[in-house]
Design a protein around this ligand. Structure first.
Ligand SMILES: CCCCCCCC/C=C\CCCCCCCC(=O)SCCNC(=O)CCNC(=O)[C@H](O)C(C)(C)COP(=O)(O)OP(=O)(O)OC[C@H]1O[C@@H](n2cnc3c(N)ncnc32)[C@H](O)[C@@H]1OP(=O)(O)O
Length: 173
């Protein structure tokens, strides 16, 4: 999936420092919003270099097959974790392409730990990958690759904002 012309990218000096939560992009976001009526509420933590981490408790409402997480919920979690990582470059992005390898069933009640990494970029394209495990990094349960495209926030969402759902503490994007 990685193109031959992929180039290294550099963490922005003003990016969230390692160990700190990368700011919510939107309090009503399904993936990270603290005020979304239904959502994953994922907190993405900046790591060293071009890495991020996150954890998600698998709740009963996330069930797909009996006793296990729905694949689409896991996919949304990967999207959120990897999609937040380009903020280390201080680039807002949207997802262009996302692919998941589901290696093992993930039981309800478990906690999924994600480690994401920016692999490089070409023009507006940012390539990322992410691995998920349930507590033992040597025993991954899923992995993902995704391509994100940097956008001009104002332009990208113009024409949609009128329909946006707001909370009392709306904070932007
Ligand atoms: C969910 C809310 C997100 C809010 C984001 C706010 C910012 C906050 C910051 C950070 C948040 C972090 C958290 C987010 C996590 C979740 C992210 C999501 O789930 S986003 C929703 C799903 N994705 C879409 O709705 C995109 C829909 N698609 C589009 O709008 C356009 O297709 C877009 C912007 C992706 C590209 O369109 P063009 O017209 O601007 O640019 P062109 O020229 O087509 O593409 C640019 C380059 O990308 C390649 N490209 C585009 N799509 C590709 C694809 N699917 N596969 C491969 N390459 C692709 C093209 O070939 C081109 O490459 P070459 O530079 O010429 O080499």
């Amino acid at each position: 999936m990685l193109p031959a012309d992929i180039e290294p990218v550099i963490r922005d000096p003003k990016a969230t420092p390692p160990g700190h939560r990368i700011d919510l992009h939107h309090s009503m976001c399904f993936g990270c919003g603290s005020e979304a009526p239904v959502g994953l509420r994922i907190e993405v933590i900046a790591g060293e270099g071009l890495t991020v981490t996150a954890a998600m408790k698998v709740e009963d409402w996330m069930q797909g097959g009996p006793g296990v997480i729905h694949g689409g919920v896991l996919s949304a979690a990967f999207d959120e974790v990897m999609g937040t990582s380009p903020l280390l470059l201080r680039k807002p992005v949207v997802t262009g392409h996302l692919e998941i390898d589901y290696a093992k069933p993930i039981p309800l009640g478990s906690t999924v730990h994600f480690t994401g990494e920016i692999l490089g970029g070409v023009r507006r394209k940012v390539y990322t990958r992410c691995v998920a495990h349930l507590g033992d990094p040597a025993n991954p349960v899923a992995a993902a690759h995704a391509l994100f495209i940097a956008i001009d926030l104002e332009k990208h969402f113009s024409g949609y904002r009128e329909r946006a759902v707001h909370s009392q503490h709306q904070n932007g994007a």
